[in-house]
Design a protein around this ligand. Structure first.
Ligand SMILES: [Mg+2]
Length: 191
């Protein structure tokens, strides 16, 4: 499937959701591209997973920002590859540095750079420890098994909507519980 075809399908998937994340964050190695860039040479021509480019362009077209969170120790190679792939300018933030934290530091930086709350972010990564750590921050985080693809995109948007619904329901529950003049609490008082 060519990039344009993937983009069209990605736009159809995105179009099925009423609420979208404000920012989608991608890992690099084994999420956007099928290798560890630290094992490659800057002189090589890299390639992305087959659906990656179409998905990135679909998000951009829908007005959803995209960013990178990578623990690659070779940011120079990663950045050279993003340039060669012609996608550097698509990202509103590129946090690429090795760290002992499982990307919580990367997300703190992305948050302070963009001002976007964690609950409005969606994250794709191939390592479970990163998914665990970042989802605890409130980011909807999706583990990818074979790079980011249309299936992962659909799953990500479903999970994001579910999480948002949960947040909204909890908010309503709190409002009901703590606003003295809501009808439900009046009723409860009389009972
Ligand atoms: Mg990775």
């Amino acid at each position: 499937m060519g990039d344009e075809r993937v983009k069209t399908e990605a736009l159809q998937i995105i179009g099925m959701f009423q609420v979208l994340p404000r920012l989608v964050v991608f890992d690099l190695d084994y999420t956007l591209w099928p290798f560890y860039c630290e094992c490659r040479s800057k002189r090589e021509m890299p390639s992305l997973y087959p659906h990656a480019k179409g998905i990135l362009h679909a998000f951009k077209e829908k007005g959803v920002d995209v960013a990178i969170a990578s623990r690659s120790p070779t940011a120079d190679i990663a950045k050279a590859f993003l340039d060669k792939l012609n996608i550097t300018s698509m990202f509103v933030a590129k946090e690429i540095f090795s760290s002992w934290t499982h990307k919580t530091e990367h997300f703190q930086k992305i948050h302070s750079r963009t001002g976007i709350p964690y609950s409005s972010m969606l994250f794709f990564d191939d390592e479970n420890r990163n998914i665990q750590a970042v989802s605890k921050m409130g980011v909807t985080s999706i583990l990818v098994g074979n790079g980011v693809n249309l299936g992962a995109l659909r799953q990500g948007l479903i999970e994001y909507s579910k999480n948002l619904n949960t947040i909204e329901k909890n908010k309503q529950r709190w409002l009901k519980k703590y606003s003295g003049n809501s009808s439900s609490s009046e009723k409860n008082d009389k009972e």
